[in-house]
Design a protein around this ligand. Structure first.
Ligand SMILES: Nc1ncnc2c1ncn2[C@@H]1O[C@H](COP(=O)(O)OP(=O)(O)OP(=O)(O)O)[C@@H](O)[C@H]1O
Ligand SMILES: [Mg+2]
Length: 271
């Protein structure tokens, strides 16, 4: 059996005065206005907010894939670039960029090699099973559905045991039942490892099911309109969604989303 590799302790993530403005022919677009945010080590946070409010840009800034216009990000006291260089963080985007000429197994295994970690066929096979792709390990991405590709990409993110996991709508193309199953199984995995996880979702139910904390953003340029602590016990089974506590939390998140929309619409209505 392959020796269990010990993951690094999960980091705290801080954003200080972090903003990003894009300048184009149409003028300046303030995608992220100066934000001060702290994400506790080992906590899972869901980011929800209207389309175009800057969630993906925020994740890309934290991942060091985008340079801030002002402010900075620190991941356990390090810069995103330094953390990314030693494979201390993994990013999963909505559009999974799997290598088309490699099989699912090959794509997941490559992540270990790129992170300069030892090959671990057992870990690769276990994760492929966990995301429900048993039987497809030898398939190439072209032979998979969009949702299956997304799941392969999630396995690829997890295999290197990053301290920080950044997922942008990771279940966007996955069917409802598989989504529910992943929403139950994946948090168990990253809880056991104590990963700091930030994920973007448009599903309020999924946010409450998975997260320790839900941050609700207003339309662009986004402000945090609500910071909801999800103090539901774990592990969370699907039937927790029927509880009063769960319903109260989803209602609070939905109300905050609506309030954000309403606040943003007021100046328009006044015109
Ligand atoms: N590379 C870029 N160049 C110019 N503008 C950009 C760029 N990336 C994002 N934007 C703009 O920044 C704003 C925020 O985009 P972002 O992708 O972060 O939103 P989002 O909250 O992730 O939306 P969605 O929920 O639809 O994915 C949008 O107005 C978008 O047009
Ligand atoms: Mg986005």
């Amino acid at each position: 059996m392959a020796a269990e590799r010990h993951p690094a302790a999960p980091p705290e993530v801080t954003c200080r005065g972090l903003s990003r403005t894009f300048y184009g022919r149409g003028g300046a677009v303030e995608a992220v206005r100066p934000l001060d945010l702290t994400f506790a080590a080992g906590e899972t946070t869901a980011l929800v907010g209207p389309s175009g409010c800057g969630k993906s840009t925020l994740l890309r800034l934290i991942a060091g894939l985008e340079a801030p216009t002002t402010g900075r990000v620190e991941i356990g006291g390090e810069t995103p670039l330094a953390v990314r260089r030693r494979a201390g963080l993994a990013v999963g985007f909505q559009d999974p960029s799997l290598l088309p000429w490699r099989t699912v197994r090959g794509n997941v295994a490559l992540a270990l090699r790129l992170a300069r970690q030892p090959a671990d066929e057992e870990a690769v096979a276990r994760l492929i099973g966990l995301v429900g792709l048993d039987g497809f390990a030898g398939s190439r991405p072209a032979a998979l559905s969009g949702g299956m590709r997304q799941r392969a990409a999630i396995a690829r993110c997890l295999v290197t045991r990053p301290g920080l996991l950044l997922l942008d709508e990771p279940f966007g193309a996955v069917d409802e039942l598989t989504r529910q199953r992943l929403a139950q199984d994946l948090p168990r995995l990253w809880e056991a490892r104590g990963t700091t996880t930030l994920f973007v979702t448009h599903s309020v139910t999924e946010a409450v099911m998975i997260a320790d904390r839900v941050l609700v953003f207003s339309p662009r340029p986004a402000d945090v309109v609500e910071d909801v602590t999800v103090d539901l016990p774990r592990p969370r089974r699907a039937d927790i969604a029927l509880s009063d506590a769960f319903r109260a939390l989803t209602e609070r998140v939905s109300a905050a989303l609506s309030a954000g929309f309403a606040a943003a619409e007021r100046p328009l209505a006044a015109e």
